[in-house]
Design a protein around this ligand. Structure first.
Ligand code: SIN
Length: 324
């Protein structure tokens, strides 16, 4: 259902709700842990949030999930609706309310599939660490900030906005399981901040992705798994996955892209035999820099989680190209 929340204005700011703690509810307002995510509608979330001047808000509920359960099917629906909204000339920008646990994966997916659709408009994802029912919820402030970012002059690209800081879809990631300012950059800084409703941009707005895999989500979700390398890592899990028909593997590596020798031998053999395999560092920050030549490519500055999204979208887009 689409609902106009404020008085009509020349430009439209879309808000798509997908669930998460931001729409979570607990029986006791003092309870910020024992809540159920994805209960409060996006219309209700917008109830007390101040809308930026000159826009009217249109809200749509796309999903109502705990983002640990985010799915390819929801991504398909969300990406389609966001793209349709961006194509309307009166659209100023888009905000998405999302659970924080996989927000960075959805942001990265949208970055890759929207491509030039965000060359002149922004899609800003936001969430909350406390449920909507909390005595002092952080959701309303985060939504207000995200709206201001989406409406800021020059806004473009896919961004994440939490606790007054804003990152692009490559950099932004959840780094803390409980703090209100749970997000940070993979390797760098926030490109903007929001304080008392004012957006200060200190870096560059996110660059739209060059090769947009617009149709990738129309394919079946490819089966891509993450395998972690560490003490006593072995080839057994990889062999089991290959026997079961896995279509791609991301190795969450130690340090600068290194893999336990027992797992590495099997992974190199699988890669040589045609299985897509990529290395992404399991460290919280930094990127893999080339050192010794390695047979298996690396994912540069992508976390293992975003490298997995990247591989899923690449394989899906190859499937689509074969069908075309
Ligand atoms: C979720 O990701 O849906 C639950 C946790 C959160 O939003 O903080």
């Amino acid at each position: 259902m689409t609902q106009a929340i404020s008085t009509p204005a020349a430009q439209v700011l879309w808000v798509f709700g997908t669930g998460g703690t931001i729409s979570g509810r607990a029986a006791d307002p003092k309870d910020v842990l024992g809540y159920t995510a994805g209960e409060v509608s996006v219309d209700a979330l917008l109830g007390d949030v101040a809308v930026p001047d000159g826009v009217s808000v249109r809200a749509e509920q796309v999903a109502q999930v705990d983002s640990k359960d985010m799915s390819w099917a929801i991504w398909q629906d969300l990406a389609q609706r966001v793209r349709a909204a961006l194509m309307q000339p009166e659209t100023r920008g888009v905000v998405i309310t999302h659970g924080t646990d996989t927000m960075e994966e959805t942001a990265y997916c949208l970055h890759r599939v929207l491509g030039p659709a965000v060359a002149h408009k922004a899609v800003v994802l936001t969430g909350a660490m406390r449920p909507a029912s909390a005595l002092e919820p952080d959701g309303p402030g985060n939504i207000a900030d995200a709206m201001r970012v989406a409406c800021a002059p020059g806004a473009r690209g896919v961004a994440l906005c939490m606790a007054g800081r804003v990152w692009d879809a490559l950099q932004g990631q959840k780094l803390h399981s409980g703090r209100l300012d749970a997000f940070g950059a993979r390797d760098g800084e926030a490109f903007a901040e929001v304080c008392a409703g004012e957006v200060s941009v200190t870096g560059d707005w996110p660059q739209p992705s060059g090769d947009a895999w617009a149709h990738a989500l129309a394919a079946e979700a490819p089966w891509v798994e993450l395998l972690t390398s560490g003490t006593q890592a072995s080839a057994r899990a990889l062999q089991a996955l290959i026997s079961a028909g896995v279509e791609g593997v991301v190795l969450a590596t130690t340090g600068n892209g290194t893999v336990h020798q027992d797992l590495l031998r099997a992974a190199e053999a699988a890669y040589a035999a045609g299985l897509p395999v990529v290395r992404a560092s399991r460290t919280a920050h930094g990127n893999i820099r080339d050192g010794h030549p390695q047979a298996i490519p690396h994912a540069g500055g992508l976390s293992p989680f975003k490298a997995r999204v990247e591989m899923m979208l690449r394989l899906a887009s190859e499937q689509q190209a074969v069908l075309a």
